[in-house]
Design a protein. Structure first.
Length: 299
């Protein structure tokens, strides 16, 4: 919940808030272990460095939250403020992007400490985990690239094109295409995993931000906050449907198995509930304060 300094839990069946977790500072990134036992939230804030500390000194943190007992279990120091988090399919490692440090931290949840730091490129924004557990992709919004990381070795093995300024990423259902938002251009780039090149570009609108794929495995949902709209697009046909959401639709997640899309606002403490098929707003979740950023969907 960003400036609300908390994480909330919502029952996706009823769209009701069921829990609030406090004791966090400006949480932005969020992931859950596959079994739902832990939440890991990253802070978008840093503490000032002391005179005897250098630029490599950890000055931000991840929070390990127990969703049942409802408290922060511990904090894990990391290199700098974190934008987004991703977790390996086995639930062991969390990858945090550090836009001001040009790379990512890898945290081993078995030991609850940073075990690797990987330089990827300027302004890394988002991490996408491949379902096979062997590969991760990190968008570098500062130079238009996507870094492909070998997970067992924790090394960058290839650099892909990403579009002008790639940020949020999703993988196609067949694993062959990465879709990347490019907010400065207002486009979604389709990137071939095989060739590493941009094969197609879809203009969505100014302030493009959130991105996810629908229950049908082919529809992309994207938010354009400067144009107050949610767009559903089939990239195979370029068929589109649009819903006006105001103000400033922001982060979003498709809640698989429910037919819903949750869309937050960057200007109001609210999440809109949208039907994936009809593209109609079917509910509103009023939040206690702050703004909803990355959402973790727990089965």
């Amino acid at each position: 919940m960003g400036s609300g300094d908390e994480v909330i839990a919502v029952d996706a069946a009823t769209d009701e808030i069921t829990a609030t977790y406090t004791g966090l500072k400006n949480p932005h990134g969020l992931v859950a272990t596959p079994d739902g036992e832990y939440l890991v939230a990253g802070s978008l804030s840093e503490r000032p460095l002391a005179e005897d500390e250098d630029a490599e000194t950890p000055n931000s943190k991840l929070y390990l939250v127990h969703p049942v007992h409802g408290h922060v279990m511990m904090t894990i120091p990391v290199a700098g403020w974190t934008h987004h988090e991703a977790i390996t399919p086995d639930g062991r490692y969390v990858v945090s992007t550090h836009p001001t440090r040009g790379g990512v931290s890898v945290v081993d949840l078995r030991d609850n400490q940073v075990v690797e730091t990987i330089q990827t490129g300027p302004a890394p924004n988002y991490t996408l985990m491949a379902p096979n557990g062997k590969t991760a992709f990190v968008s570098n919004s500062g130079n238009g690239t996507i870094s492909e990381i070998d997970l067992p070795r924790w090394t960058v093995k290839r650099t892909l094109q990403g579009g002008p300024s790639p940020e949020h990423l999703v993988l196609s259902s067949d694993g062959q295409t990465i879709y990347a938002t490019n907010p400065r251009a207002g486009t979604i780039s389709a990137v071939s995993v095989d060739s590493g090149k941009v094969t197609e570009s879809f203009h969505i609108g100014d302030g493009l931000h959130g991105l996810d794929i629908g229950d049908d495995g082919k529809t992309l949902f994207a938010s354009a906050r400067s144009e107050d709209k949610l767009v559903a697009i089939n990239p195979a046909t370029d068929e589109r449907r649009t819903l006006t959401l105001s103000p400033a639709p922001y982060h979003l997640d498709t809640i698989h198995g429910t037919g819903k899309v949750y869309v937050s606002s960057s200007n109001r403490p609210v999440i809109w509930v949208v039907d994936q098929t009809t593209m109609k707003r079917v509910g509103t979740i009023d939040l206690p304060g702050g703004e909803a950023h990355q959402m973790a969907v727990v089965p």
